[in-house]
Design a protein around this ligand. Structure first.
Ligand SMILES: *Cc1c(COP(=O)(O)O)cnc(C)c1O
Length: 421
């Protein structure tokens, strides 16, 4: 039996309606920016496997460090024990996080990272006897698939079965520049009329909402007002973290820093699953007490898994290296040149870029296509490029280490698409 039929026998894939989905594509190997399929075909990974493998797949520097760690200490209960990889990771990460971030809480993935961010905001107020139990979030935000994360996500089209169990959430629109003052007045109204505990947001780029980008002055103003009102600011940097926006974190673009940050995806460079929720001293102190019930009683079995910590340390070492910083600049410039080339194309609209994230919308009559998104996906894959359009949005978020010829191939396949569709 081949891999596809063995897969279909027992596997249930994420975000997939199996009755109407095409079969999964078997991949046997990944190296650098390339995915190698079972049938011998190759695909350029234009989205770094959901923004994780930013230093290229199977990066030898990282795999070497992790392999050595695996020989020495594999897994350890992190409640009551500690180890070098966790401690070292905390030291290295604190150096690149916004200055006010002081404490790290380990977890397993992006959804648990935001889930804990929400719990920190709610319990921060609970511990102080404040009656503040509502979260504020952006319309169209995405924060993951566990209950708390789902509740704060605005993109909840498929969440119908769970909505009555959600935590209470209010929403504001994203600031786009021209609407900043309107957003600010809505924010002030929400804060004054409701018991808002925290504000969770994807800073500057909303990934799942199709790489929508918003205004940093507006976001800074929102954060400032939240801080003045002790609304805990929870930055979900699961997607934007680790260099993709052109700075280490999207929060680096704003003067006002978040109280809590949620990290995953590129945290472990695509090697192992891990999440982190970091916070300021102020948050930590609100849980620090003689009273045991004021602690954060949350714990995942694989918290601070040593090989995962090692992958994260190696990833940070690469991120801050001259070589990777140079590569990031090269990719940014390359996208800018491509943008220049297609900017006047009649089918190209809403072009946007922040760091190595480049996106535009395809301006075609959607009704002409049965399922435009699937046809775009097929066009790219048939031409050896793995891009994952969101609706009519085409975006590139390739590994920092992608070569110029691989980038050029992605661009040319997009240009072919513009002629064909
Ligand atoms: C992917 C993502 C999540 C969820 O992370 P998982 O690891 O898939 O659970 C949360 N927030 C943002 C912004 C994301 O991009």
């Amino acid at each position: 039996m081949n891999l596809v039929s063995r897969d279909q026998k027992h596997l249930w894939h994420p975000l997939t309606q199996h009755k109407i989905s095409p079969e999964a594509l078997p991949i046997v190997k990944a190296k650098g920016s390339i995915l190698y399929a079972e049938d011998g075909s190759e695909y350029i990974d234009g989205i770094a496997s959901w923004y994780t493998a930013m230093y290229g797949h199977c990066n030898e520097y990282i795999t070497g460090k992790v392999a050595a760690q695996m020989q020495n200490l594999d897994q350890l209960v992190f409640s009551g024990f500690t180890h070098e990889p966790a401690v070292k990771l905390s030291e290295e990460l604190i150096k690149i996080l916004p200055k006010n971030q002081q404490k790290l809480f380990f977890n397993d993935n992006g959804s648990t990272a935001t889930e804990i961010g929400i719990k920190m905001a709610l319990q921060y107020h609970h511990n102080q006897g404040n009656n503040r139990n509502i979260m504020l979030a952006f319309e169209e935000g995405f924060h993951g698939d566990t209950f708390g994360a789902m509740s704060v996500s605005g993109l909840s089209v498929y969440n119908g079965a769970f909505e009555e169990h959600f935590i209470e959430v209010l929403r504001i629109p994203v600031p786009l520049g021209e609407n900043n003052s309107e957003v600010i007045s809505q924010l002030k109204k929400q804060i004054s009329e409701n018991n808002i505990a925290g504000f969770i947001y994807e800073p500057l780029v909303q990934g799942a909402a199709a790489m929508k980008m918003h205004n940093s002055e507006g976001l800074n103003e929102i954060l400032k007002i939240c801080k003045e009102n002790d609304v805990i600011c929870v930055a979900d940097e699961v997607m934007t973290g680790f260099g993709k926006t052109g700075k280490y974190f999207a929060s680096d673009y704003m003067e006002t820093k978040p109280d809590v940050m949620c990290l995953s995806k590129a945290l472990t460079a695509g090697l192992l699953p891990m999440g982190l929720t970091t916070c300021s001293q102020k948050i930590y102190d609100a849980f620090y007490a003689d009273d045991i019930s004021k602690g954060l009683f949350h714990g995942h079995t694989y918290s601070a898994n040593p090989p995962a910590c090692t992958a994260a340390i190696a990833g940070i070492e690469l991120l801050i290296s001259e070589e990777i910083q140079q590569k990031i600049k090269t990719v940014i410039k390359s996208h800018q040149a491509f943008d220049e080339k297609i900017k006047n194309h009649p089918k190209v609209t809403n072009r946007r870029q922040l760091g190595v994230i480049y996106a535009f919308d395809l301006n075609v009559k959607m009704e002409r296509y049965g399922n435009l998104r699937n046809q775009l996906f097929k066009h790219f894959m048939d031409n050896g490029v793995f891009l994952r359009p969101l609706g009519n949005t085409i975006y590139i978020l390739a590994p920092f280490t992608i070569s110029q010829s691989e980038l050029d191939k992605i661009y040319s396949v997009i240009e072919d698409m513009l002629e064909k569709f």
